[in-house]
Design a protein around this ligand. Structure first.
Ligand code: UDP
Length: 312
């Protein structure tokens, strides 16, 4: 049993992570400024023993009284729409927020994990992407605010590891989806499901031939815990290597929702990566983890959440 601080604990992924930690008997201090997170994601956790919530922006100095064994820094806008709307906050939470939470981990002699991202690979010229690939990122493009903040966060984490001897884990998350994504999140899975359920046009950006590899949140959380508990510093890719074009995703969502929605094509966002697929050799070989839930099965478990959310 450990006492774990989770920043971004009221977010989509953070809230599932808090729940999994409580399920295994850990104490959880969730910190969130509720910029993109929501209390509704963690309402059901308030009654559980060992759960505490603190509303705070970790871009500011952060302190947690009492012992802390683990600090998981998951706070950040994660949808391209959000980080384009909130570029400065995105840069601050990835840079200052990482520095502050590393400082907390150091003061508490705690293990630290940074939630990094496949976006550190940018628009990749190597496919699939192994952790050894350094990436192809435009620092001055609109996505740079997220990509470079996360790249800085990885560098800062390694500096604390090398200079202060901090015990760290670097996690690279690939497109994760599931229940508790916001209706207006802006990412492709939630957009398509909401559009299909409402009978609106499905907005495919560009020609829809760009690819992504989608990981169901339950698999992602299991992978995060495997990395956290395991011996590797990382970085380690955690995602699902089933790769789909965005048009294939649109067709699958239409089929599974039984929708009569039509696909329409809109402009491709600037610097939108053309392809993305995790190389999972390290996760499989050295952590003994792999994703189990196919895109079809994961969508079947996600669509009812959105149906209920829309009914509300
Ligand atoms: N996308 C799309 N329609 C949408 C939202 C996104 O075609 O309504 C595309 C987007 O251009 C990208 C892919 O889907 O190629 C994944 O986008 P998302 O915002 O989910 O995350 P990203 O992987 O780009 O960070």
């Amino acid at each position: 049993m450990a006492r774990v601080v989770v920043t971004g604990g009221a977010g989509f992924l953070g809230s599932h992570l808090c729940e999994a930690l409580l399920d295994r008997g850990d104490e959880v201090v969730a910190i969130d400024n509720l910029l993109t997170g929501h209390v509704s994601n963690i309402e059901h956790l308030f009654s559980r023993p060992g759960f505490t919530f603190v509303q705070h922006d970790v871009s500011q100095f952060v302190w947690v009284p009492g012992p802390v064994d683990t600090v998981l820094h998951f706070a950040s806008p994660a949808s391209p729409k959000d980080y384009l709307d909130m570029p400065i906050q995105t840069l601050k939470v990835g840079s200052l927020g990482t520095h502050n939470t590393l400082g907390l981990a150091k003061a508490k002699d705690a293990r630290f994990m940074i939630a990094s991202t496949s976006e550190v690979y940018g628009d990749p010229e190597v496919h699939p992407q192994p952790e050894t690939y350094w990436g192809h990122v435009n620092p001055v493009g609109p996505r740079g605010v997220y990509d470079e903040a996360k790249r800085f966060a990885e560098a800062m984490t390694m500096a604390y590891h090398r200079y202060h001897g901090l015990d760290v884990r670097i996690l690279r998350i690939f497109n994760t989806y599931g229940p508790r994504m916001r209706l207006q999140d802006g990412r492709v899975v939630s957009n398509f499901i909401v559009q299909a359920l409402q009978g609106h046009d499905i907005t495919v950006y560009g020609d829809g031939q760009q690819t992504r590899s989608f990981c169901f949140v339950e698999d992602e959380v299991r992978g995060i815990l495997a990395l956290l508990d395991g011996p590797l510093t990382g970085p380690v890719n955690i995602g699902n290597d089933g790769e789909f074009t965005i048009l294939e995703l649109a067709e699958l969502v239409i089929e599974l929702t039984g929708s009569s929605s039509k696909v329409v094509f809109e402009d491709l966002p600037v610097d939108d990566p053309k392809q993305r697929q995790p190389d999972l050799t390290i996760a499989r070989g050295q952590l003994g983890w792999e994703p189990r839930i196919s895109l079809r099965k994961g969508l079947e478990r996600t669509i009812p959440y959105f149906r209920a959310a829309l009914d509300r």
